[in-house]
Write a protein that binds this ligand. Structure first.
Ligand SMILES: Cc1cc2nc3c(=O)[nH]c(=O)nc-3n(C[C@H](O)[C@H](O)[C@H](O)COP(=O)(O)OP(=O)(O)OC[C@H]3O[C@@H](n4cnc5c(N)ncnc54)[C@H](O)[C@@H]3O)c2cc1C
Length: 445
């Protein structure tokens, strides 16, 4: 039996497993081939839906895809790959329980994605949060809504100001969408708070370069800045976060203020687990790949090793840039090519290059608001927002998932936005332990 191990079940890993297990279904049924997917999570996260989940437009469960149901022909192992020794064709896995173990393979797809690129900024680790997982998106939602309750509960202007100050660092997809959607949610939710006035809120976007949303091009990026300024956002370009100790935000332009909410979305870097492999890495820590998505070193192809997505450095043959950008757009298309190429190698057929010209992007800026630049078409407002929803509905895997997402959106048209915060989920045992140990419960918030 030949085993194909897929490390990571994100945009690359999920689609490779799905398509490969379909292509090789007869071999899998005969027991000639096994496709094994290793990921600590039991679901794939459709990251472009994180801002919508944070804003309460879709249920968190509908933005993730259960691996066992969707990849029923694959073997799923929930654990973390801690080491790859390709010289011996062995991965070391730390399962979610029990001792770590070695697994042998014939082919390996290495797709652990990326992690937030952080800097040694005082207070960042303790006071900020990232925005890459469903857990972080839901935490942000609960936290932001809890800040409204905190502000409403006190007349102290300092406490209110701090609670109602929201800072997002990084003006890419994740930062702009997360901030715009959160502001939209707060604007809506505040209608239920007699004690609060939306004018009291402060939304600051800190971006080190001179533009935001590079994914939609310079013109639409400038349009987005203009629109956000009209909505009252405090957009600070060419600005750095210098420190945020105890929530006291200090910016490189001299501005200082207190904020209870600091979200870090200033770029990504390849997953550090790649350092624990004997596979060749590029200067920034990416897996070095050929356009065929085969891993390569100075001597040529590293047989049996494949890479794609955020963790790989894949030459962009369309000439748009030197390497394919870290985006779901490339990840999903690379996955399709990668699955075909692995099947080609198994059946001794020639492999083909991955070629895709980045078509542009769509971004949501809150309900009925968006920006798009796709295939040369520049969309604004409602049209762009509609394009954003249609595109991601097409892309999210599984028919059942699409139905659930549409149901969420449709329900929201007829009922008001869900504004409940379930911050208690972050510490569900707390109240029980208080009762069981006779401790005085701390005040929430
Ligand atoms: C908020 C947000 C919004 C975005 N919006 C868009 C958008 O609108 N359009 C777009 O094109 N792109 C968007 N992106 C970017 C896009 O989601 C990523 O480029 C894409 O997910 C990369 O796919 P990947 O498979 O390389 O990594 P991921 O999808 O991140 O998957 C990596 C997987 O590897 C697993 N893993 C990590 N380490 C290990 C290990 N040691 N062992 C086993 N498994 C491991 C992880 O659990 C994860 O499941 C967005 C990203 C974010 C965060």
């Amino acid at each position: 039996m030949r085993r194909i191990v897929i490390v990571g079940a994100g945009h690359v890993g999920f689609y490779v497993a799905d398509q490969l297990s379909h292509r090789l279904r007869k071999d899998i049924r005969r027991g000639d081939v096994e496709v094994m997917v290793i990921d600590p999570q039991q679901h794939m996260t459709y990251q472009p839906f994180l801002p919508e989940a944070a804003a309460g437009h879709i249920s968190p469960r509908h933005g993730v895809i259960p691996l066992r149901r969707q990849l029923h022909r694959c073997r799923i192992l929930n654990g973390t790959v801690t080491r790859i020794r390709h010289a011996d064709k062995t991965v070391t896995v730390q399962p979610i329980v029990g001792p770590s173990r070695d697994i042998e393979y014939d082919q390996i797809v290495v797709a652990p994605g990326s992690v937030s690129r952080t800097l040694p900024i005082p207070g960042l680790a303790e006071n900020a949060i990232g925005f890459k997982s469903m857990g972080e998106a839901i935490f942000l939602r609960n936290h932001v809504l809890a800040r409204l309750d905190a502000a409403a509960a006190t007349p102290d202007p300092e406490v209110r100001r701090r609670a109602l100050s929201f800072v997002f660092v990084g003006g890419g997809f994740a930062g702009v969408e997360a901030m715009a959607e959160s502001e939209d949610m707060v604007r809506d939710t505040m209608k239920d708070y007699e004690e609060l006035d939306f004018e009291e809120t402060r939304w600051t976007l800190v971006e080190a370069s001179q533009r935001i949303l590079p994914e939609v091009g310079a013109e639409m990026g400038a349009y987005t800045v203009e629109k956000l300024l009209q909505r009252g956002f405090d957009i600070r370009l060419n600005t750095l976060l210098k420190s945020c100790e105890d929530g006291h935000v200090v910016l490189s332009d001299g501005e200082e203020f207190d904020a209870d909410t600091i979200v870090w979305t200033a770029g990504v870097k390849p997953h550090p687990m790649l350092q624990d492999t004997d596979l060749p890495l590029g200067p920034k820590g990416h897996l070095r790949c050929r356009p065929t998505l085969q891993v390569e070193d100075d001597a040529g192809i590293v047989e049996g090793a494949w890479g794609a997505g955020d963790s790989a450095q894949v030459p962009d043959l369309s000439g748009f840039s030197e390497y394919c950008s870290p985006s779901a757009q490339h990840a999903v298309r690379q996955a399709a090519r990668l699955a075909k190429n692995i099947a080609a190698v198994l059946y001794q057929r020639p492999v083909k290059d991955y070629v895709h010209k980045y078509v542009g992007s769509v971004a949501s800026l809150g309900l009925y608001k968006g920006v798009a630049h796709v295939y040369g078409f520049k969309g604004k407002g409602l049209i762009a927002w509609f394009m954003h929803r249609s595109y991601h509905l097409m892309r999210v895997p599984g028919f059942g998932r699409k139905v659930r997402v549409v149901a969420d959106w449709t329900l929201a048209v007829f009922t008001k936005r869900e504004t409940v915060q379930l911050g208690e989920l972050h510490d569900p045992r707390g109240p029980w332990e208080d009762v069981a140990t006779g401790r005085t419960p701390p005040s929430p918030g």
